[in-house]
Design a protein around this ligand. Structure first.
Ligand SMILES: [Fe+2]
Length: 235
């Protein structure tokens, strides 16, 4: 299974034996050696919500470091030929693999995150996702509010996510590098609330950043593509 728009290289290696749930939750992003996927827009494309300076550091320094660290840590190990999402899943909860997990999960989370934003984003999701939001949360605005509340409430670094658990639409938050992939959840959209995502532009005003991202940058088309793909998997 491939996540729309994700950077992926060919893989001739046999897949790891995984449960149906694990396979279903995967969105293969890359095969080692992992590469830093380019941003799907210019550094300045998300201004004024996210400045070019923030975006260039976030992608070119932080994300790049997670990718490079992962490559160094998996070199010569049995993980070296696995897709990134599988590295995240098989190292989750392993104390002896915590450093690999943290870097690999952050590499995956950021690759996904860039696709969750777009210039002139926000607004109404496509119909199928909109109806699902209304069914579960009562309204699109209530769903967005739940996403914002989770992003703001996350203590310290982490992520807020719109996910599918089976056919149920949920909003969850994860700490540090943790990923819904390790919980059998299928991510549709995420917001990065590590300080490196907003501090240059908003300092301590995380809520202002989160609200602006949801109102002006959220890529509901990408979320809807993920929703449709996961729905198709259940047929
Ligand atoms: Fe980040």
């Amino acid at each position: 299974m491939e996540t729309p728009g994700m950077s992926q290289q060919s893989n001739s290696q046999p897949p790891l034996a995984l449960s149906t749930t694990e396979k279903a939750s995967m969105a293969s992003l890359a095969i080692a050696p992992l590469s830093l996927p380019p941003l799907p827009y210019a550094d300045s494309a998300l201004e004024p919500v996210i400045s070019a300076k923030t975006l260039s550091f976030h992608h070119g320094k932080h994300h790049r470091t997670y990718v490079e660290n992962t490559n160094k840590l998996i070199a010569g190990t049995e993980l070296a030929d696995l897709p990134l999402d599988q590295i995240v899943i098989v190292t989750a909860g392993r104390v002896d693999r915590a450093n690999i997990f943290n870097n690999a999960a952050q590499a995956w989370n950021h690759s996904f995150y860039w696709r969750c934003l777009k210039p002139k984003g926000g607004g109404e999701p496509p119909t199928a996702l909109k109806k699902k939001m209304e069914e579960v949360f009562g309204s699109v605005d209530a769903c967005k509010k739940e996403l914002a509340n989770n992003a703001i409430a996350q203590f310290g670094s982490g992520w807020a996510w719109l996910v599918l658990e089976g056919s149920k639409l949920r909003v969850v938050k994860t700490a540090n590098a943790d990923s819904p992939l390790t919980q059998g959840l299928r991510p549709l959209l995420t917001i990065d609330v590590w300080e490196h995502a907003y501090y240059l532009d908003y300092q301590n005003k995380r809520a202002d950043h989160v609200d602006a991202v949801i109102d002006k940058l959220a890529n509901w088309d990408f979320a809807a593509e993920n929703f449709a793909r996961f729905a198709a998997d259940r047929l």
